[in-house]
Design a protein around this ligand. Sequence first.
Ligand SMILES: NC(=O)C1=CN([C@@H]2O[C@H](COP(=O)(O)OP(=O)(O)OC[C@H]3O[C@@H](n4cnc5c(N)ncnc54)[C@H](OP(=O)(O)O)[C@@H]3O)[C@@H](O)[C@H]2O)C=CC1
Ligand SMILES: O=C(O)CCC(=O)C(=O)O
Length: 436
Amino acid sequence: MNALAATNRNFRLASKLLGIDSKLAKSLLIPFREVKVECTIPKDDGSLATYVGFRIQHDNSRGPMKGGIRYHPQVETDEVNALAQLMTWKAAVANIPYGGAKGGIGCDPSELTVSELERLTRVFTQKIHDLIGIQIDVPAPDMGTGPQTMAWILDEYSKFHGHSPAIVTGKPIDLGGSLGRDAATGRGVLFATEALLNQHGKTISGQRFVIQGFGNVGSWAAKLISEKGGKVVAVSDITGGIKNSEGLNIPSLLKHSKEHRGVRGFQGGDPIDPNSILLQDCDVLIPAALGGVINRENANEIKAKFVVEAANHPTDPEADEVGFNIFSPCLLSIRKYNVNHCSMLQILKKKGVVILPDILANSGGVTVSYFEWVQNIQGFMWDEEKVNKELKTYMTKGFKDVKEMCKTHDCDLRMGAFTLAVNRVARATLLRGWEA
Ligand SMILES: NC(=O)C1=CN([C@@H]2O[C@H](COP(=O)(O)OP(=O)(O)OC[C@H]3O[C@@H](n4cnc5c(N)ncnc54)[C@H](OP(=O)(O)O)[C@@H]3O)[C@@H](O)[C@H]2O)C=CC1
Ligand SMILES: O=C(O)CCC(=O)C(=O)O
């Protein structure tokens, strides 16, 4: 199922559970604004190259729209639309005063030089600068982008609007970035996983973890989990996969990955096919790379008891029916929307896998982005201890609020998170009203 169809489907199920009027549901679903821009740059060899950039602003009823910028060959309208919508729900689950947006450029950043990436980022910013703003839409990093990309956006935007550190988050500390933002998504994954495991009478220590993706989110999650006594038994990135049933030495792997630009060739474990990473034996599986990776084809072979969605929409809904109570109202409403649920239920429900959904599990990144934006507006810098402490408070509260909704609606964690979010956004929308 494509990312947008999957996200729309989760929204519709949640709206149905909440009894949201179909006209309001339509208004909540359709994006506020979709922008697609042509970005042509001279390459270092003098030739021209044209890329397509996107910024999709989904909803602003709870505050300025917020979300990352992704550089990846698969960036296209539906994917960005789905990611923008997920940002709206994620900010609402975290209960931070933002709406949702997402953007990106369809390119392979590994094939561009630093100066080409800088030119591309500046051209993209020129095309969208009048649509974003500190109280309108605030970009941040996502796959294939990072603090340097944010620094270029800040600089280019500031040429039009004056020095504006709060126009992006996830920027370098020297330009007003927040301490702790780099680690925040991975740290939030740790806090959310702790809350989930505690509910099941378990702790991080003693659990075996497998992580797909060893970029910003995956590598920080691995580091923090291993520091808490969790055994990271396998990781993968685009270059390869590595496995050690005794637990990988994460500090050494981080060093190797930095020096060799990937995990391939690490001597502290056995190489594995990166395509087999999701099927490795473990207690907790953490997809931290692309969307749609857990799907109908492989769901049956997943051995983990818990899936913590560090990536955005890593689980295709066709593989997701695992956590539904077979007699619940959620399930009854699902039947009205889709086909083939019985066979999926038979395959997956038996497995009893518990999924911690993306809009809760990876909300640590946008939460610390919010702290960064607040610090920029206040012109004041928090110490890292305060950032991490506040992050833990938000993640724990998010988990508790989601669990409450699960109880109210007798549903799994994904529908708990979606009903919590959709309810908050719907209330804000209704309170604001519509102009006649
Ligand atoms: N950064 C953030 O704050 C947030 C990110 N997210 C989500 O987390 C996920 C990861 O983002 P982030 O860590 O920032 O991105 P990065 O670009 O820093 O890292 C992505 C990682 O995924 C790897 N990867 C790419 N394709 C594959 C593949 N087919 N199989 C295995 N690994 C692969 C990359 O490998 P290589 O480096 O070798 O290319 C890299 O290790 C995304 O879904 C993103 O939307 C969610 C919330 C916030
Ligand atoms: O930090 C942010 O503002 C957004 C991060 C992001 O893109 C995400 O959570 O998917």
